[in-house]
Ligand binder design. Structure first.
Ligand code: GRF
Length: 198
């Protein structure tokens, strides 16, 4: 099945770029219709412009409140007939109205092997620092459905990487990011082929 995808990102957007390249090369049948970012400085926005993908800057600040932010996001998604929402470094908890509306149609990538190193306090480098400090031999990435609880939704797939030789949290982060870049497109392909059920 072919999906009309919206990506939500707040930062660098390297995962967004990899997925967009998979769509453009034909590896994925689906299309990324648009990028929503909540941070004017997000590099993801520049990547989208370079890829000729529409961007929308929507945040509680631009819209005036969290409620308005959610309404605006839902309006954009509906107007563009989006049927799959892909979070890629989106640093904001989604409103439950949004989650209910797109139930089992929102996926996220977390840079660790959930349920380990997950939850509200584990994001960005904090995850990799914790993995490094705990002397873990392996880390990786988890793609999961999004529900109302942080990093709690059904796990769709995980990619594992040996980090036993990593000399710093930054090295762990780099190894995990490499896994993420392949994993996201591979999982989307399996979703398209119904090998992974949402
Ligand atoms: C990734 O590590 C992802 O797991 C996490 O945020 C990071 C985003 O990286 N949720 P990028 O913006 O795609 O480069």
């Amino acid at each position: 099945m072919k999906y009309s995808i919206a990506v939500l990102a707040s930062g660098s957007g390297s995962n967004f770029q990899k997925i967009a390249e998979s769509c453009k090369s034909g590896y994925l049948e689906s299309d990324i219709k648009l990028l929503i970012h909540n941070n004017e400085k997000a590099k993801a926005k520049d990547r989208a412009i370079a890829l000729d993908i529409d961007t929308y800057h929507i945040s509680a600040k631009t819209e005036g409140s969290v409620e308005e932010e959610t309404s605006k996001i839902l309006e954009v998604l509906e107007k563009n007939s989006i049927d799959l929402v892909v979070l890629a470094g989106y640093m904001k908890k989604l409103d439950s109205k949004f989650i209910q509306k797109y139930k089992d149609r929102i996926i996220n990538i977390h840079p660790a092997l959930l349920p380990k190193f997950g939850g509200q306090n584990y994001y960005g480098m904090k995850v990799h620092r914790a993995v490094f400090e705990c002397l873990e031999d392996v880390s990786g990435a988890t793609i999961h459905l999004v529900d109302e609880v942080y990093d709690n939704g059904k796990i769709l797939e995980q990619g594992i990487v040996d980090v036993s030789e990593a000399k710093s949290a930054e090295e762990v982060a780099a190894l995990v990011l490499e896994v993420e870049h392949k994993l996201y497109s591979d999982v989307l392909k399996k979703i398209e082929e119904e090998k992974i059920e949402l």
